[in-house]
Write a protein that binds this ligand. Structure first.
Ligand code: ADP
Length: 479
């Protein structure tokens, strides 16, 4: 019989008020992994009430003690690295040999924010002699966190760790496609000593549970990672409630290769930039801008490198796993069709990957497009699959102009050995992150977030911790 996975509310595994469950599928072979509790507004209400009841106590815990508890959560992730990793592979398709990277990263978020928790100190403000003026950072109370399916535990940890470190309690809603690791983490966190009600997980579909979570009057801040469309819907709810939000949305990031770049170093990393996690990363460097003098050579090299990547969840890393779910798989293949219809050339890939062990899975070959026009859908829209478009340019100015010709602004890359150019270009690119001679290279303390439609606010780093707090000013008359 298929296992049933319940929600986690107030320190307990709880069945859904609806009594309904939905299937979660292994994208590598199409088998049903588990049945997941289908939450509704009633479950959100129970979870928010639990979080609200726990909020006063958790917010008053000495930050050193909060830090100790968060470190125990990190240790719980490390102790269960293998089972959590396997769960992540089965549920979302991350290759077996890559699991440890995202699971370890999840533990690091808790370690990093445990370290920062006791440092959330305010200022004393110079004022008249008979005044004493100071600021403190206070938690919001109950924070709602809504995560996508492309790196489930990692995304949950990235937002939950700073929110909890700052003294908030959390109601987390994972993607309906990949709920398992988040529910399991909440259980492990409880075992590791996190008090009841501090971290609650409600599973289910976006409109059924995500929307009522954002709209709940006791939820005072939302951290959301996902599509622009849903980000806008949450933003509209937030506007109505006058509630702050952190939105980490899509990207169509430029990765600019100048003619003086070290091509041996650039080729594998530029390729990794758009095929890592089968391209299902919002910061993917999907628009590869290449200086015309090396365009032909670069095109041949990157297509050849793409063809060398082993495909299969069990292949030696770096390899390509399946697309995480059928909806996304269909979407990627539709984009490939639009590329054909609009006249792009497929240098390599552009289709389902077939062969031993692949036929039942949602595998797509690494894909490189050339001969693209700026208004093509594959150039303007986020594909979220293992695909990049090559675009030639002549001058530095033109590269910057093309790089910024997008509604998005999450990430970018520059490949050159010219240090002055690095700083000139980095300054002009409208994106929250600029990688130089590297890509997808993220220290836990480095903030990520978007310019333009890529989002509002920053995740990671000390900025994220502050964004899960509100500042209070106290002014006292000493006279
Ligand atoms: P993606 O394409 O990355 O799945 P979505 O924005 O569709 O992006 O989903 C991200 C998260 O937002 C998921 O947990 C999903 O269930 C949730 N979600 C989807 N629609 C809504 C909504 N209307 N309100 C709140 N959350 C939603």
């Amino acid at each position: 019989m298929t296992a049933q996975v319940n929600m986690f509310i107030n320190g307990k595994s709880v069945p859904p008020a609806s009594q309904l469950y939905f299937e979660t599928i292994n994208p590598a072979d199409g088998t049903v992994l588990a049945e997941v509790a289908r939450g509704t507004e009633a479950d959100i209400h129970a979870a928010v009430e639990a979080a609200d009841a726990a909020s006063e106590t958790w917010g008053s815990v000495n930050p050193m003690e909060r830090a100790r508890i968060l470190n125990r959560l990190a240790q719980a992730i490390r102790d269960n690295m293998e089972s959590l990793g396997r769960m992540e592979s089965d549920d979302m398709g991350i290759p077996y040999e890559a699991q440890h990277i995202v699971i370890e990263g999840s533990a690091e978020f808790f370690e990093y924010y445990a370290g920062l928790a006791p440092s959330l100190q305010g200022d004393t403000i110079p004022a008249d002699q008979d005044k004493f003026v100071y600021t403190t950072y206070e938690p919001y109370g109950v924070v709602g966190i809504i995560t996508p399916w492309n790196a489930p535990l990692n995304q949950a940890a990235r937002s939950a760790a700073p929110a909890l470190a700052a003294g908030n309690t959390v109601v987390l809603k994972p993607s309906e496609y990949t709920s398992l690791s988040t529910v399991e983490f909440a259980r492990l966190a409880s075992e590791a000593g996190l008090p009841d009600g501090v971290l609650n997980v409600v599973t289910g579909f976006g409109p059924d549970v995500g929307a009522p979570l954002a709209a709940h009057r006791k939820v005072s801040k939302v951290g959301f990672t996902g599509s622009v469309r849903t980000g806008q819907a949450i933003g509209a709810i937030a506007a109505e409630k006058v509630m702050p939000v952190t939105l980490e949305l899509g990207g169509k990031s430029p990765n600019i290769v100048f003619e003086d770049a070290d091509l041996a170093a650039a080729i594998p990393m530029v390729l990794f930039g758009f095929i890592a996690n089968s391209g299902q990363i919002c910061s993917s460097g999907t628009r590869v801008l290449v200086q015309r003098s090396i365009y032909e050579e670069f095109s041949k090299m990157i297509a050849a490198a793409a063809e060398q990547i082993p495909i299969g969840i069990d292949k030696p890393f770096p390899c390509l796993g399946p697309i995480a779910n059928q909806m996304q798989y269909d979407k990627v293949l539709n984009y490939f069709q639009s590329a054909r219809d609009e006249g792009a050339t497929i240098l390599t890939g552009g289709e389902k990957a077939t062969g031993e062990g692949l036929d039942d899975g949602l595998y797509i070959r690494p894909t490189v497009f050339t001969d693209v026009a700026r208004d093509m859908r594959i150039v303007r829209e986020e594909i979220f699959g293992p695909a990049g478009v090559l675009i030639p340019f002549d001058t530095e100015e033109e590269a910057i102009e093309i790089a910024n010709d997008t509604d998005y602004g999450l990430c970018s890359g520059i490949w050159t050995r010219d240090v002055s150019r690095v700083h000139r270009v980095a300054r002009k690119i409208k994106a929250g992150t600029v990688y130089v001679n590297t890509y997808h290279d993220h220290s836990v303390g480095a903030p990520v977030g978007g310019y333009k439609k890529s989002g509002i606010g920053r995740e990671r780093g000390i900025q994220a911790l502050r964004q899960y707090t509100q500042m209070k000013n106290v002014t006292m008359n000493l006279a």
